[in-house]
Write a protein that binds this ligand. Sequence first.
Ligand code: PAF
Length: 281
Amino acid sequence: MLIVHTVTELQQLLQSSVEQKKSIGFVPTMGALHLGHLALARASRGQCAITVVSIFVNPTQFNNPDDLRRYPRSLKQDCNLLLATGVDIVFAPNESEIYPQPDRRRFHFGRLDKVMEGKYRPGHFNGVAQVVSRLFEIVQPTHAFFGEKDFQQVAIVRALTEQMGGRPLIIACPVVRETDGLAMSSRNALLTGVQRAHAPLIAATLVRAQAKTATTSVAALRQWVADTINADEELEVEYVEIVDERTLQPIAHWHDAQHPRLCVAVYAPPVRLIDNIDLKP
Ligand code: PAF
């Protein structure tokens, strides 16, 4: 496994693979890796000739400076974990490699980024689109792997890829969970012991909600999810939405979507956690 920090080094390493039209799998990350990231790296290893993992905490996608400051960073440990998965290249650039000039591009995703994360974290998806498009230009992957914990991000990246001409192929991988159900996230490392003990209630509530769709209206189920999570003194709901998984638009009735997806954002202050579940799998 090679670890490189500059665009020039990375492109030199990839040149022959690009020329030979080998498949290049790409897993963009912000580091603080967990088993969810490693599952993406393994999926890429299984499907592509070469796997590149990037580690870059992208400042432009943080709408809250404290969140950026607090974001966990552990490059050495991340590289050790990746070594065991057999990835070929780790690309860990500094900010000037990714943004030699300030990136002033504005992306448009129609209604996709007006809801949920887009609504509560203004500018977040523009920053994601900036860094992902830049990384795609640098790495030139044939395939890119994203986790479904960030369900809306996957939709945004698919829309971005369409705007960029259809490449790379976006592969969405299922949420990876701790044994108690908590969705794996780099932010879990920031939870206190007490918060960590309470956080599995989020996933448990999503699973219970799945069983209620036959007997509960969409509006009543949203309210029940919010009330159930808010009843825990360590957790505060930011939003609960039930959306059509294709359009990400909120639905009013179950028949409005074949696959309604329940999406939540919850604070275990100051840590913000998100999760989602297919309500009619
Ligand atoms: O999901 C993430 O970790 C980030 O949003 C991504 C895709 C690496 C872009 O910075």
